[in-house]
Design a protein. Structure first.
Length: 261
């Protein structure tokens, strides 16, 4: 077994050590460790969902990001993402994004040069949305969770660094491909892929307490809210996930569905 395989299996073991209530901390750890594996400077991950009510000629085929997180966020990078989202809402999608979307439904990992031609690196989009925020090259991975929900990962290097190699791209693929169970768990913590309406921030805080096994009284104290408010959040969480009790809710994270036990 070579060094890379050992490193990947170690990352999988580390992710598995995180409790279900700490899925967000686990995904940050995962992204950081993959950055170390391929010597990337920064990374992002986003959840994307396919919307049914978008026009048929939508440039992104109905896919829209609903969660976007950076490993090393800066105000410039947040502003850059906001600008791209405005363009997306206006129906303007860069070829690098549209080609990724055409592959939706399949596990895939691509270098930028796999997605675009040489002329793209002279485009205004590349200069604005890559070079301006300190990126020169990237590896993109698309990880389907179900037919309407995917996770995208991007790993980046700056202008003074060499570009990513096909071998490094394949390391990303190998590192992420075995974590489908975890990606489902992570999206469940936001209510994505399992509910029609995503959880609110307050509901997610209560959900975290439920998954950690805390009684409602303790959750109420931790969130500095009334018992009635906590009860309402718990009721809404159960309704959104289609379960009747905490045991059935926990069963979702164990991959047993929502069958009452």
């Amino acid at each position: 077994m070579n060094f890379e395989n050992v490193a990947i299996q170690t990352i999988w073991d580390e992710v598995a050590e995180f409790a279900a209530a700490h899925a967000y901390e686990a995904i940050k750890h995962l992204v950081r460790r993959v950055c170390e594996l391929i010597d990337a400077d920064n990374a992002s991950h986003m959840a994307v969902v396919r919307m049914d009510d978008l026009r048929s000629k939508d440039a992104s085929r109905g896919w829209r990001p609903c969660l976007i997180h950076f490993l090393n966020p800066t105000p410039e990078r947040k502003a850059n993402v906001d600008e791209q989202l405005r363009k997306l809402d206006a129906g303007k999608v860069d070829v690098s994004g549209s080609r990724n979307v055409t592959l939706a439904g399949a596990w895939r990992t691509n270098l930028l040069v796999d997605l675009v031609g040489p002329e793209w690196f002279e485009s205004d989009y590349y200069k604005t949305h890559y070079l301006r925020v300190g990126y020169a090259d990237g590896v993109w991975a698309g990880c389907p969770v179900n037919t309407d929900t995917e996770l995208y990962f991007g790993f980046f290097r700056g202008p003074v660094r060499p570009g990513f190699t096909p071998e490094e791209r394949d390391l990303v693929a190998a590192g992420l491909r075995g974590l489908g169970w975890f990606f489902r768990q992570y999206l469940l913590s936001f209510g994505l892929g399992a509910t029609e309406t995503p959880l609110t921030a307050a509901e997610r805080a209560v959900l975290k307490g439920l998954l950690a096994g805390h009684p409602e009284k303790e959750i109420t104290h931790a969130q500095n809210q009334s018992p009635h408010t906590t009860y309402d959040h718990v009721k809404n969480i159960f309704r959104k996930f289609g379960v009747r009790n905490r045991a059935s809710l926990t069963a979702l994270w164990l991959g047993r569905g929502a069958t009452e036990i």
